[in-house]
Ligand binder design. Sequence first.
Ligand code: NIG
Ligand code: FE
Length: 403
Amino acid sequence: MRPGSEDYGAIRGGAIGVRDGTIQWVGREADLAGPPDTLAREIKELPGSWVTPGLIDCHTHLVFGGNRSEEFERRVAGQGTYLSQAHDGDGILSTVRATRAATADTLTESGLRRTRQLIREGVTTVEIKSGYGLDRDTELRTLDTASQIGVGLPVDVRKTYLGAHSLPPEFLDDRKGYLDFVTLEMIPELAKTGRAHAVDAFCETVAFSANECRRVLLAARDAGLDAHLHADQLTDGGGAALAAEMGALSADHLEYTTESGVRALAEGGCAAVLLPGAYHFLSAAQRPPIEHFRTHGVPMALATDMNPGSSPVLSLLVALGLGVTLFGLSPVEGLEGVTRHAALALGLQGGRGQIEVGMRADLAIWDVDHPRELAYWMGGNPLRDRVFGGVSDQDTADGGACR
Ligand code: NIG
Ligand code: FE
């Protein structure tokens, strides 16, 4: 996945040297300084397999209580739309009720189950957002559950506070009061305690305006946390320009972003995170402006957006496939989207997302004849093994907890 390389940056007949969880050498086996058994204590031969960087799911909301299959069933029967259901007390607030009612154990158990699904398909880094608690206790419980997932499974978890996801019922008549709570209490506390790496906000008619989101992202900046923004998903709310203005690492969704928004992303060095699972699941009408991203050189990442309302998608390979078939990415752009560009969207580009000397030895090993097949098969799982920080799942007693 080296930038600018031909044919996926493929090295045929390749070898990778790993020490202390880090890639020390990468190139053609024929160029090694000597026979492998004179250079390494342990050797893994992978004849006929392809090795890619471990996959990175850079946008999920996978810790939540309950699910929204009833709302889904009503919607596909023609009763309401995603937006009208959000106004009728379904939508995000129904998951807020279920998440507030869930114990830490229940959240951990279901969060682990969902994360295992991702790991089984080669994911080694996953971002998890809060935002279904909204009150202090439930938001902390969600972020701590995300930490527990990273302790319990061989995967690196990046935690994002999405307090500005929806206005909680107890603040229905006091938007400013809620934003005071998010910006003056929660964000400083989370930064101080290291409970979140980043802050996100939902910039949308049913959630928060661009001015309200600016306040949230300013507080994140003041607290030294990274920023992301749910931008222009259902309407053009100027989200892309705001993300760029605030120096966010990524702007996410972007179906309704205009060319001037794309230009702002390019100038701000902000990655575009595309979420074809949500587009598919909501039968959305408008695709994100892929051609403009290409023209202006905005890096495109792809993620599952795993959440109960708009994207109950438990497979990053499915998101990759949909990014190609629905959004028109090429298979190599899709693979960049779940590796190098996903690392960029999380601010981790120096350390992962490529098979490069000095990067973490996070690898996915596939039984395919060519990496384009990762965007081609849908519903199968060609993963043969996964390496997390230099340790192979096959060498772990419980199969890396992912078999
Ligand atoms: O990324 N857009 C905002 N948040 C989620 C969906 C939330 C929900 O419907 O539960 C998303 O699509
Ligand atoms: Fe999302």
